[in-house]
Design a protein around this ligand. Structure first.
Ligand SMILES: [Zn+2]
Length: 170
């Protein structure tokens, strides 16, 4: 790290501490040549992720859009919002760790489903109905049967009908 005053590259760290709510580390440094002090910040690199949609359109991955979609899927379920928030954080961290900067919307959907399945059945089925774009009632029933086959009680928790009935049921 070059000294901003004399451009010398050797310095010593006087102090390191967490900054920006733990998202970065602030270091106070002293130049070994001119003895002047300066501050550096270290952050995790967040390279934007491009989502390739079904239509072939591309858009930048949007954390809050994904969060809202999942909150909607979890309405009237007992999934607490903090659990949803940490789930979205986990998914985004997974995406950041992939070697590719591009991901299909389908793969994101599958990752959400994998997380939701272990969290809440009703939310899982609702989300699946949107992201897997069920072709009709058959796909929906198949998913429920799959859940039942896994020893769960999804049939007791079918999303209630009414204004929240997913379009594929109508
Ligand atoms: Zn210096």
């Amino acid at each position: 790290m070059q000294c901003p005053f004399c451009q010398h590259t050797d310095n010593r760290v006087l102090e390191s501490r967490a900054a920006e709510s733990g998202r970065s580390i602030r270091r106070r440094r002293e130049c070994l040549r001119c003895s002047r002090r300066f501050t550096t910040y270290e952050r995790i690199e967040q390279v934007p992720i491009t989502v390739i949609k079904r239509s072939g359109d591309r858009e930048v991955f949007d954390h809050s859009k994904l969060l809202l979609g999942i909150i909607r899927a979890c309405e009237k379920t007992d999934v607490p919002q903090p659990a949803i928030e940490s789930m979205v954080d986990d998914i985004e961290a997974e995406l950041q760790q992939r070697p590719s900067r591009e991901i299909s919307s389908r793969e994101i959907g599958e990752r959400v489903l994998a997380h939701l399945q272990s969290l809440n059945e009703v939310a899982y089925v609702r989300f699946a109905s949107v992201y897997r774009q069920f072709q009709g009632i058959t796909d929906f029933v198949e998913t429920l049967n799959q859940l039942k086959a896994e020893g769960r009680q999804a049939d007791d928790q079918v999303p209630e009908t009414g204004d929240r009935t997913p379009a594929f049921l109508s």
